[in-house]
Structures are given as structure tokens and as C-alpha cells.
Design a protein around this ligand. Structure first.
Ligand code: BTN
Length: 263
């Protein structure tokens, strides 16, 4: 991955966004939290050594194979935008991938997974950054997308839950992709359409459409106690919740957990 290539794409398109390119880093999200980054910016690294995923999971990414980056948007000055920005990032990545790889079945999976052909190809880690010096808080959006990686650690694979299995664009399409070009397309789409966050209903509508979850029977694993719960997805809400209906007609609202389709 070449810094100059991404910078050229950004400059030529006239996009106003600072590029922070790190040849290696522990985690682009941690870098964004520990350093003062003036928004709008993107922090990108071809080698993230201690990537973090949701629920304190590790995010494994082979050097020079994938996209690991953190977007630091301007204008967000409040934690209340958290859920909608998280959904917005999913819609952005869906749009870019669906456009670039029409042969692939791209989908979003609650709350922040990017799926290709039913397997996990990427994830989003949106986090709140609190700044004591500014007496303020803002949001950062970490994006991990498996692009040209061919092998994944055994511990990530699951026989029981197909959707936990990792994959990459290369594994699903048979084609190598240029990382700089794909990263730039995601960054551009994110910033160009960013005003969409002020229309949360539209974002949520698109997110639900691209996830194809509403109306489906799922097994839901609760984060706190790993308890499994079967039900039908009734809705995904603006506050980040997923609403399920069980066989007895009772509604349940969850904020944290894992959803698996029952085929
Ligand atoms: C998940 O699916 O659990 C979310 C994965 C998010 C990974 C990205 S890679 C760039 C950014 N930096 C991190 O440490 N994590 C996010």
C-alpha cells in the first residue's frame, strides 16, 4: 500500500480530508484516540498489529493485504449520533462493494458486520473519543475490510455458525484488488454523502434493506451470558437495538449480541 497513491486520489478528487498514513501501528482507532487528529481525517495503515474488534475481540489482518483505517469526521460533536453514524458507515461500505463487485452477494449483519456470500469480510468499530482538553466528545469510525488475504487463523472459524467464518474479497471473487483504490472509494463515499446522517430514517431504511434481516428467523446469542434466543426479527431501531419476536408472541429488544440466520 502506497501513501502517495491514496494521497493522489484524494488530491485529484478535491476531497477535503487529511491523510495520516502509518507504515505500522498497533490500532488505527487507538491512534485516533491518543493523538489530536484534526477532522476531517483518515488514518490508514497497511500493518495493524493489535487491531481491536467489537466486544474486545482481536481483529487480525495480515500486513499489506487488507484495509484497516479509521475515519475522523468533522461536524459530529455528540455521542447521540453514534448509532446512525455506525449504520451510515455500513451503508457506505455496502454501496462501494456492491458497485465494485456486482458478482458478489454483499450484505450487512447487525450490528456492524460486512458480509460477503454469508461470511464475515469486514467490520466497523465506531467509538466515542472524549477530550478532557476540549471538554467535548466526538466519534471515530474504524473500518476493517479483508481484501487480498487468503488464510485466516483457525480460531476464527466456526462449524456451527457459518456467518462467523472469515472471508475476503479475493477468496470470494478470485480477484486481487488494489487496496489504495478501494480505500479511497470508501473514504470518498463516506465524506461526499455524509450529510445523510441528518436523515436517520433514510440511513436506517437502507441499512435494513441491505441487511435483509427483518422478517427472518434468527438465533440470537446474548453478549452478557451467551444465552441463545430464537425468534423473528421485527425491526432494527435508530437507537441501535434489534427487536425480536419469539414463538409465544413476546417482543424482546437487544442492544448487544450476535445474530445468526436459521436456514
Ligand atoms: C468487528 O467486526 O468486530 C469490528 C472490527 C473493526 C476493525 C477495525 S480495523 C481499523 C480499526 N482499528 C481497530 O483497532 N479496529 C478497527
Amino acid at each position: 500500500m502506497k501513501e502517495s497513491k491514496i494521497q493522489d486520489y484524494i488530491t485529484k478528487s478535491g476531497l477535503s480530508c487529511n491523510l495520516v498514513f502509518l507504515s505500522e501501528v498497533d490500532s488505527t482507532n487507538d491512534f485516533a484516540k491518543k493523538n489530536v487528529i484534526s477532522p476531517p481525517s483518515v488514518i490508514i495503515s497497511p500493518f495493524q498489529k493489535k487491531g481491536r474488534g467489537r466486544l474486545n475481540n482481536r481483529w487480525y489482518s495480515e500486513p499489506e493485504k487488507n484495509i484497516t483505517m479509521t475515519i475522523v469526521p468533522d461536524r459530529i460533536r455528540s455521542e447521540k449520533d453514534f448509532c446512525i453514524v455506525n449504520y451510515y458507515a455500513g451503508v457506505v461500505i455496502y454501496n462501494v462493494l456492491a458497485n465494485e463487485y456486482p458478482e458478489l452477494k454483499v450484505a450487512l449483519k447487525w450490528p456492524n458486520d460486512i458480509m460477503i456470500n454469508g461470511k464475515k469480510a469486514g467490520g466497523i468499530l465506531t467509538e466515542v473519543v472524549k477530550r478532557k482538553d476540549f471538554n467535548d466528545s466526538s466519534l471515530i469510525i474504524g473500518i476493517g475490510l479483508n481484501v487480498n488475504q487468503e488464510e485466516f487463523p483457525e480460531e476464527l472459524k466456526s462449524i456451527k455458525y457459518k456467518s462467523r467464518n472469515p472471508t475476503s474479497i479475493l477468496l470470494e471473487s478470485g480477484k486481487q484488488s488494489e487496496l489504495e483504490d478501494l480505500a479511497y472509494k470508501i473514504i470518498k463515499e463516506f465524506f461526499v454523502f455524509f450529510d445523510a446522517i441528518y436523515c436517520p430514517e433514510r440511513i436506517l431504511y437502507l441499512w435494513k434493506k441491505f441487511s435483509e434481516l427483518v422478517g427472518k428467523e434468527v438465533e440470537f446469542i446474548k453478549t452478557d451470558n451467551n444465552e441463545a434466543f430464537k425468534g423473528k426479527v421485527l425491526d432494527i431501531e435508530c437507537d441501535g437495538a434489534i427487536v425480536l419476536l419469539n414463538d409465544s408472541g413476546e417482543k424482546f429488544k437487544f442492544f448487544s449480541g450476535e445474530v445468526h440466520l436459521i436456514y
